[in-house]
Design a protein around this ligand. Structure first.
Ligand code: ATP
Ligand code: MG
Length: 565
């Protein structure tokens, strides 16, 4: 897996290549991303977005954004808004091809009338429970409904009366007349329309019958002239039905192709579970940075390009699997490393007084903005007598392998001076201040006599530091597959330490000019971004990910073991 792996083909692109070679669909490629607006999008949807819009781009084809809003009770405008925003933020463009499945309700109804007239659909009076009891089992064929052989005239009359609102919810359904003994359950006279007296966000109260997913989806694809209808694996055994409907109607027929959905460790990806977390107040809304939602990841500081790279590097497959959360973070780090400006910030401040430094002097130290990007230039960081360093960068009684600041030891303050600690000041047995001296000859961070120090730490000037609240995020769950735990509610496995709020951090003044969602690195700590809660009075910063790459480490180890064997 490398960053160019998106150029290598997968089985979906192989199918498309073959179709183009055979001039199927006149060589056209037209895909769609069809979310149901009943929740915010998550990283799994990002995979589908990258696949559908990505394929369209690669083949100079088109990709539609289509809201699959056939279900009136669960859908909301807020979700429509967020989905559009997420797709754009990921870097994709549907141009003028924004569609709503509900705009096709008239056409879908017309097609249903056609099936009825052709004797391929019937109105059934059985209840949902009875219908499911008559479905049979894997080893036993189903039983025909007593209403299965109604005449075309009677079916037409009843179906129209269903539409006109003459019946109550659940009183009747329209079913396709296929085969109650079919080995594939989905083909045992599936329901096409159900009665639901509910208001729809788009069509209001115009309809009281609503199409079922299997019926609607293929028609939507057909109406939009889609060529390759890419969906997740659970629809594989719905494909015969997808094909049957389109063939029975004799309409334009796209090709359904299934791929394995993305699963990630230490999180959940079902909209139902995400909704439960949001509504139950376990997180702060759909865009909580702990969630795997696209809005959450954006707020956490993931870049669109890092998510696209992740989706491309995991590839598409035919078997379900679980992707390591560490790998997602690896892709995020990889991308942010190249693009993030560097700053200094102290999360757990410890005061340092430079005894041989003038009281009022402010010296501007030259700091490199991004060592990975020579064009990013440098900035000035104020150095003064009183500074803050990280508590963990000092130990009064250091163990052998601790090379940072300690009594009597000289180390480097990044971009500034060699500094020696002379005295530790304590209050109630707690270290509250260090007294240090600099070597003025080392300004800029190097000694003219060539002597070395064993470590370099970051700092901020106390007089210039901005106070900040820093929110540290960790895994949302304590187990790698919270949704797959038997007999236990997934919420039991929520990680109580997934959010830690540090209220008194000190950061360098250059951060003042950053805007919400701007991403950066705090040197030696990790990647961060500005939270939109930031306002004139308060600077709020989210930690995106730490610097330590556990995934890369594991990879390295595995490669070494491979070499040894
Ligand atoms: P639900 O969780 O309610 O079953 P869904 O996740 O399938 O819903 P949709 O809005 O129907 O949500 O999904 C839109 C598209 O995104 C579909 O084509 C679906 O196959 C795809 N998709 C959803 N989840 C994933 C996933 N984890 N990995 C890849 N694609 C996904
Ligand atoms: Mg779905």
């Amino acid at each position: 897996m490398d960053s160019t792996s998106h150029l290598t083909k997968d089985f979906i692109r192989d199918i498309i290549d073959e179709d183009i070679k055979n001039n199927k669909y006149s060589g056209r490629v037209h895909t769609r991303f069809p979310p149901e607006p009943n929740g915010y999008l998550h990283i799994g949807h990002a995979k589908s977005i990258c696949l559908n819009f990505g394929i369209a781009e690669e083949y100079k084809g088109l990709c539609n954004l289509r809201f699959d809003d056939t279900n009136p009770s669960k859908e909301e405008q807020e979700y429509v808004r967020s989905i559009k925003e997420n797709v754009q933020w990921l870097g994709f463009n549907w141009e003028d091809r924004l569609y709503f499945a509900s705009d096709y309700f008239d056409q879908m109804y017309g097609y249903a009338l056609q099936l009825v007239k052709d004797g391929k659909a019937y109105v059934d009076d059985l209840s949902a429970k009875e219908i499911s009891e008559c479905r049979g089992t894997l080893t036993k064929p189903g039983v025909n409904s007593p209403y299965r052989d109604r005449s075309v005239e009677e079916n037409l009359d009843l179906f129209q009366r269903m539409k006109n609102g003459e019946f109550k919810d659940g009183e009747k359904v329209l079913r396709a007349k296929i085969d109650m003994a079919h080995p594939n359950f989905n083909m045992r006279d599936p329901i096409i329309y159900r009665i639901l007296h509910a208001t729809h966000h788009n069509t209001a109260d115009k309809w009281c019958i609503y199409p079922m997913y299997d019926w609607a989806h293929g028609l939507e694809d057909s109406i939009e002239n889609i060529t390759h209808s890419i969906c997740t694996l659970e629809f594989e055994n719905h494909r015969p039905l997808y094909d049957w409907f389109l063939d029975a109607l004799g309409v334009y027929h796209p090709q359904q192709i299934e791929f394995a959905r993305l699963n990630l460790t230490y999180t959940v990806m079902s909209k139902r579970m995400l909704l439960e977390l949001v509504e139950g107040g376990c997180v702060n809304g759909w865009d909580d940075p702990r969630l795997p939602t696209i809005s959450g990841m954006r707020k956490r500081g993931y870049s669109p390009s890092s998510i696209r790279a992740f989706c491309s590097r995991i590839g598409v497959a035919k078997v379900n699997s679980m992707v390591d959360f560490d790998f997602l973070e690896h892709c995020v780090r990889d991308d942010l490393n190249k693009t993030s400006p560097r700053f200094m910030g102290v999360l757990h401040p410890l005061k340092v007084v430079i005894e041989n430094y003038p009281e009022d002097k402010v010296d501007e130290m030259k700091a490199i903005n991004n060592p990975e990007d020579p064009d990013a230039g440098t900035r000035k960081v104020p150095f003064t007598k009183e500074l803050y360093i990280e508590q963990r960068d000092f130990m009064e009684d250091p163990p052998k392998k601790f090379y940072r600041l300690a009594p009597g030891r000289e180390i480097r303050f990044r971009y500034a001076y060699f500094v020696t600690c002379n005295e530790v000041i304590k209050k109630n047995n707690k270290i509250v201040e260090l007294r240090c001296t600099i070597d003025p000859a080392t300004r800029g961070g190097n000694a003219p006599d060539g002597r070395k120090v064993k470590s370099t730490i970051h700092w901020v000037s106390a007089a210039h530091a901005i106070d900040a609240e820093v929110r540290l995020y960790d895994r949302l769950f304590t187990v790698d597959n919270p949704a797959g735990q038997k007999d236990t509610d997934f919420k039991e496995f929520l990680n109580p330490d997934a959010l830690e709020v540090l209220k008194s951090c000190k950061v360098e003044p250059a951060l003042q000019k950053l805007k919400p969602f701007d991403r950066f690195q705090f040197e030696r700590i990790g990647y961060f971004c500005i939270d939109p809660d930031t306002n004139g009075e308060k600077l709020v910063i989210n930690r995106t990910v730490g610097l330590r790459d556990t995934w890369a480490k594991i990879q390295k180890k595995q490669q070494q073991t491979k070499k040894q064997n």
